[in-house]
Design a protein around this ligand. Structure first.
Ligand code: NAP
Length: 285
């Protein structure tokens, strides 16, 4: 969740209420990154942890590192990815300080650093695990080959790959990401799961005709299962045998609670394919 919103006191309060609503509804996994809100999201989350006794022990906290903005640390350097040991260790110290916790449950490398050296990353992970600063490790936006490369150097298992999956972006179904996850027992997490349903997905290529056709199928299914279109999208993701975890980004407490409907819908294989057909604009060959 991008819980600080625009940073105003009202947005911050809404964000805190959203975290509380999620926790009270039974959500146990919270996704962060060192860059979300420039670190302010992690700091706000720490305030909620302080407010709710026992919450820390009952949840899993993920954060990510590896993206460096331009001008960091000196003016003139470009935006880049940095998986050097020094930067990973420094980033985790920042995450722990902002979240006000001793141990991060899961650390993800946010986007693949084209210059990453697998042994160096493995060394950083081992150092963090030995120091009790991180329990588990994973990646985000990695291609299967990049995950395989990193895993080949790491003694500990990489437990997740967080990638964009939604009705617009189905690359993970096609490029081997979900196959690898299923085979290696890696949990795939879907970011922007509602892209193309409640807002245009990143790099939207759907035409107005595509959108109308896809919406008509969502409408049909939502009526059939007595729910809403965005819930059908979550159900579609949950149906995949790799065990996709949708990372929902809403800060609306009612929507957070409503999203749980997706877990209960007896979604059929036929409807899964009907939505794919509507998305593709043609039947499978
Ligand atoms: N690893 C990565 O590279 C990466 C990249 C992007 C995101 N992420 C993670 O993934 C999380 C989810 O991504 P996301 O925030 O794009 O997820 P999302 O759940 O696809 O979208 C959330 C947005 O949709 C709106 N929304 C949700 N339900 C709606 C509805 N029924 N009608 C209208 N609007 C609705 C929300 O507004 P309201 O708040 O008003 O409901 C919010 O603006 C992020 O918070 C972040 O943790 C990771």
């Amino acid at each position: 969740m991008r819980i600080v919103g625009d940073g105003s006191p009202e947005s911050r309060q809404k964000g805190k209420l959203a975290v509380r609503a999620a926790y009270e509804s039974g959500f146990t996994h919270f996704d962060h990154a060192d860059i979300y809100g420039g670190g302010e999201c992690e700091k706000l989350f720490a305030e909620v942890l302080r407010d709710i006794p026992g919450m820390r022990e009952n949840i899993i906290i993920t954060s990510k590192c590896g993206i460096r903005g331009k001008d960091n640390p000196i003016s003139g350097v470009p935006a880049r990815y940095d998986f050097s040991k020094e930067y990973i260790l420094k980033s985790v110290d920042g995450i722990l300080t902002r979240l006000q916790i001793d141990t991060l449950d899961i650390l993800l490398l946010h986007r693949p650093d084209y210059l990453f050296q697998a042994e160096e990353v493995a060394d950083a992970f081992q150092t963090l695990q030995d120091a009790g600063k991180v329990r588990y490790f994973g990646v985000s936006n990695f291609k299967p080959s990049q995950l395989t490369l990193l895993q080949s150097a790491c003694p500990m298992p990489l437990i997740t790959n967080q990638v964009e999956i939604n009705v617009h972006n189905i690359n993970a179904l096609l490029d081997g990401t979900l196959d690898q996850c299923q085979q290696e027992h890696i949990s795939p997490q879907a970011w922007c799961p509602l892209g193309g349903v409640v807002y245009p997905a990143w790099g939207n290529t759907f035409s107005p005709e595509d959108e109308a056709r896809i919406k008509a199928e969502f409408d049909r299914q939502a009526k059939k299962y007595d729910t809403e279109n965005w819930i059908i999208m979550l159900t579609w993701l949950l149906k995949h045998p790799a065990g996709i975890f949708p990372i929902i980004g809403t800060t609306n407490s009612n929507r957070i609670k409503a999203s749980l409907q997706a877990l209960k819908i007896p979604y059929s294989r036929e409807d899964w394919y009907s939505l794919l057909e509507a998305r593709n604009g043609q039947p499978v060959p």
